[in-house]
Design a protein around this ligand. Sequence first.
Ligand SMILES: C[S@@+](CC[C@H](N)C(=O)[O-])C[C@H]1O[C@@H](n2cnc3c(N)ncnc32)[C@H](O)[C@@H]1O
Length: 279
Amino acid sequence: MKKLIYQIPTDLFELFVVELNGYGVEIVNRDEEYTVFAIYAEDNEVSSLKSAVNEIFEDLGNGKLVLEEDIQEENWEEKWKENFKPIELPPFIIIPEWEIYTEDKLIPIKLKIAQAFGTGLHATTQLVLSLLPKYVKENYSILDIGTGTGILAIASAKLGASKVKAIDIHDKAVEECKINAWENQVNIECEEKSIEDIEGLFDIILANLQIEIFRKYFKYIPSNFEKYLIVSGIFKNKEKEEFIELANSFNLKIVEEKSKPESPEKPEDLWYAFVLEHS
Ligand SMILES: C[S@@+](CC[C@H](N)C(=O)[O-])C[C@H]1O[C@@H](n2cnc3c(N)ncnc32)[C@H](O)[C@@H]1O
């Protein structure tokens, strides 16, 4: 397995992630100017992945490979295991699949080794997890758009939602969603699907995505939820203003707004999440 480390200007990073079509990306360092990130690839995927990345860099006019490292798969898994400590996000606790939670203080969400986005470490995921207990009620139906590991769908099912559907355009994410649902003994319909193909009416829709995706696909969401839409992945004021305008244009009103810094060292770099309802 190879670890490819790239650098791109921060204002192009999210566009890059969208273009890469959901392939798991790990942020190594992010500041105002540059984002350094790693992509893990199996040996037989490396050359096609590198050409795909280079094509996107050419389209965007910037970005470069900084380092390419060989890593042993076992070491990678071991490293992941070493680094994956339980994360307490009351009322939830995210635990790796090999741990057993014996207390009844918190609601455990078990995750297997994740290549998809959604380990519970990112501010955007944590914002939605903190909103779910207030809005998800017993027997609600939930659609989780861009489910990654399935973390938000699993949390909703554990709060009593009776019908939970989770979609993602990335096949690895759908696979991980299924495995994690099974590990947590909850019933989730995980499906490989993009936003523009969603069908049905849900009490709540969850969407932790990026502004570029909302810009393109937001129009498909409002007619598919009845009570609340919980959105995350909006970075800093400029995106926040754009998102509020977008929501207004579909007659949605903000019920609650929450924010969290990207990291404690950068308290001014805020991620925003919103709870919206129909006006
Ligand atoms: C920021 S991650 C969120 C993962 C997880 N829900 C969480 O909160 O941690 C966004 C996910 O959206 C998926 N995605 C991107 N574009 C999509 C689209 N058009 N339709 C459905 N899912 C999409 C990506 O593959 C990725 O797994």
